[in-house]
Design a protein around this ligand. Structure first.
Ligand code: IDP
Ligand code: MG
Length: 149
């Protein structure tokens, strides 16, 4: 079963949107297999956003991610990587569709509330970066037969 890495960024935690975000993934039918509230080290933030290290926003992004706790999660389900990105919405919240998390709650790109892996391979790398194997719990939801045919 496919898994993705989802992180509620410091602005999402500070604004009291943790429950809202979790609720949207739950209602869609995805299964939560790992979750922790954590203060992120500079090293972890720099690794996570390593692909952007030469971008002008990199330093500010790292400072933002380490400025206040985040909620790191792993969600599981069919096509959860792509579907998770759809639930999250476009990177810049000013043009994210209404009904998406960024579209409903955000205004600017530097405070866009949430991260979601962009591909299956990236998801595997990010899950390994943020979680130890024993921090993830495989379980089968009793609703599975009502979600999948
Ligand atoms: P994504 O989060 O939708 O995958 P990316 O392009 O991978 O978007 O950028 C990673 C994160 O870097 C964004 O979510 C946002 O927090 C931040 N970011 C991207 N572009 C900018 C920018 O132009 N200014 C400030 N922050 C940015
Ligand atoms: Mg990205």
């Amino acid at each position: 079963m496919e898994r993705t890495f989802i992180m509620i960024k410091p602005d999402g935690v500070q604004r009291g949107l943790v429950g809202e975000v979790i609720s949207r993934f739950e209602r869609k039918g995805f299964t939560l297999v790992g979750m922790k509230l954590m203060a992120v080290s500079r090293e972890l933030a720099e690794k996570h956003y390593g692909v952007h290290k030469d971008k002008p926003f990199f330093a500010g992004l790292v400072e933002f991610i380490i400025s206040s706790p985040v909620v790191a999660m792993v969600w599981e389900g069919d096509s959860v990587v792509t579907s998770g990105r759809t639930l999250i919405g476009a990177t810049n919240p000013i043009s994210s569709a209404p009904g998406t998390i960024r579209g409903d709650f955000g205004i600017t790109i530097g405070r866009n509330l949430i991260h979601g892996s962009d591909a299956i391979e990236t998801a595997q790398q990010e899950i390994a970066l943020w979680f130890k194997e024993d921090e993830l719990t495989s379980w089968e939801s009793s609703t599975k037969g009502w979600l999948y045919e």
